[in-house]
Ligand binder design. Structure first.
Ligand code: SAM
Length: 188
């Protein structure tokens, strides 16, 4: 079976992550990606995770404690657009992941926004190492979602081929707007 966009995002990360890597979860939510990343960067790596909702921090911290992974992760209750304030520009990043949209079973009015998403993408790309990957899983079925999808699509399409490989993965015959994946890979 073909992998869903969500599942494929983890496959793409798993292919490159190694012990000691530093990585970003730009949209922590319930912490699924943060835990996945923490499991794949070993004791010497580090995960920087961002969300603007306290409930995301609480849910993620609980999951990390259950897996005894909390020492590998910094949780920031602040927007991903402020990433430059907490991660030095000299800090190499091997990967970043965004799940764009709203937190399921939560306030659907709290959504990611094109301008702030774009700022965070630019900050991550500044720090991405060769062979590093920035992945976006875009949920766009809600109000404002199409606008964000347009931004991501146009941003990704304009990235220079000399520096980046850019992949778009989507199912084109499915109902209910399944998420669309973008993967930006920095070339050597
Ligand atoms: N990956 C998450 C998981 O494993 O559960 C799901 C993420 S959910 C689709 C999107 C999240 O982005 C929400 O938790 C929301 O609060 C968060 N968010 C919205 N604006 C944000 C911003 N500017 N910076 C960081 N997180 C933001």
């Amino acid at each position: 079976m073909l992998q869903t966009a969500l599942y494929f995002s983890h496959t793409l990360l798993q292919e490159i992550l190694q012990p000691g890597d530093h990585v970003v979860d730009a949209t922590m939510g319930n912490g699924h990606d943060t835990v996945f990343l923490a499991e794949h960067i070993g004791k010497t790596g580090h995960v920087y995770s961002f969300d603007i909702q306290q409930q995301a921090i609480d849910a993620t911290r609980e999951k990390l404690e259950q897996h005894q992974l909390e020492e590998r992760v910094s949780l920031f209750l602040q927007g991903h657009e402020t990433l430059g304030e907490v991660i030095a520009e000299q800090q190499d990043l091997k990967a970043g992941i965004f799940n764009l949209g709203y937190l399921p079973k939560s306030d659907k009015a709290i959504i990611t926004m094109p301008e702030t998403t774009r700022t965070a993408m630019e900050e991550i790309l500044k720090r991405l190492v060769p062979r590093g990957r920035l992945i976006l899983v875009v949920y766009y079925g809600h109000e404002g979602g199409e606008k964000e999808l347009d931004m991501v699509d146009s941003f990704c399409s304009k990235l220079p081929q000399e520096t980046y490989n850019v992949l778009n993965y989507r199912f084109i015959n499915q109902k209910n707007q399944p998420p669309i994946l973008y993967c930006i890979e920095k070339k050597r």
